[in-house]
Every structure is written in structure tokens, then in C-alpha cells.
Design a protein around this ligand. Sequence first.
Ligand code: NI
Length: 179
Amino acid sequence: MTVREILKMGDGRLLRVAQPVLEFDTDALHLLITDMLDTMREANGAGLAAPQIGVDLRLVIFGGFDRNPRYPDRPLVPPTVLINSVVTPLGEAEESDWEGCLSVPGLRGMVPRWSQIQYTGFDQYGDPIDRTVSGFHARVVQHECDHLLGKLYPMRVRDFTQFGFTEVLFPGVAAAEDD
Ligand code: NI
């Protein structure tokens, strides 16, 4: 088990457009994913993108966080390893909700996202993934895949009156469980 350091906003490595994974089912890829899972669980994250630990690859993990104390009231998203993802909005509808990010600790912002998306890609064995999702699942995917474009959620915030410190916005949230 290796919990890796999570880069914070301001680090230029978070701003890169990530490179595609070229080889699947390799020892190096499996090791990287194990480290990412360990790192995400340690931080109680809803997801984690490889660039957040300084790895310049189009690889994100998310879901499986039914016991996540940071998002106790959120629906379960299936645990997913998503590689070389392509996200396509279905329709024009958007919805806004609060987001946080392990690379932007202590803050929350109201972020508009596509309500419904299709996402495709591959798992770590090279098997294809093709899902149509909406709501929180769609939000998590868009947030994580944004990391692969060098986009952090504050760059998507439109109304900065709804952006601030979690402990101020949501005084009831236990500080220890925040980011
Ligand atoms: Ni994030």
C-alpha cells in the first residue's frame, strides 16, 4: 500500500493535458491503480485522477464510496477505473451542485455540469466501458475527466458568491472529514 502525495492547485502538473495510456494490463499500470485507490481511500475522495499524483496519464478512478464520510448522502457510483475516457454531453441540460476536490482542500464551489452524459473508455485490462449516466454519477465523471484537461473545478465556477471555505459554508461538516 502506497499513499501518494496529492498535488494542490498551483502546481503546474495539474494544468497539463494528460497523455493517453498506450498499454493495458501491465504491472506498472496495476501498481499505479493500486496506489491511486489507496490514496483516494486514505483521503476519503469521491474520485482521483492520475495527474493529481503527478502522473501524466488519462486515467481516473471513482465510485465505490458508499461509506464516504465526505458525501454521506450521495448515491452509490460503481467503483470504476476509466482510461482514455471520452465524455459526450447528451442534450443541453445542465445542473449545478456543490463540488470539492482533494487538490483544492478546504473549499467548496457551486459548479454547473451537463445533466446527462455518455462516457466511453477502457478499464485496466483494456476492456471497453460505455455508459450513459446522469446526476451525481455524471458530475463525478465530468469532474475527474476535467483533471485530464488541466481543469480544476474552480475554473468552472460561474457564480463566485457560491464559492468558499467548507467550514464557513457548511458549519455542520466535521473538519476532520473535509478534504
Ligand atoms: Ni478533483
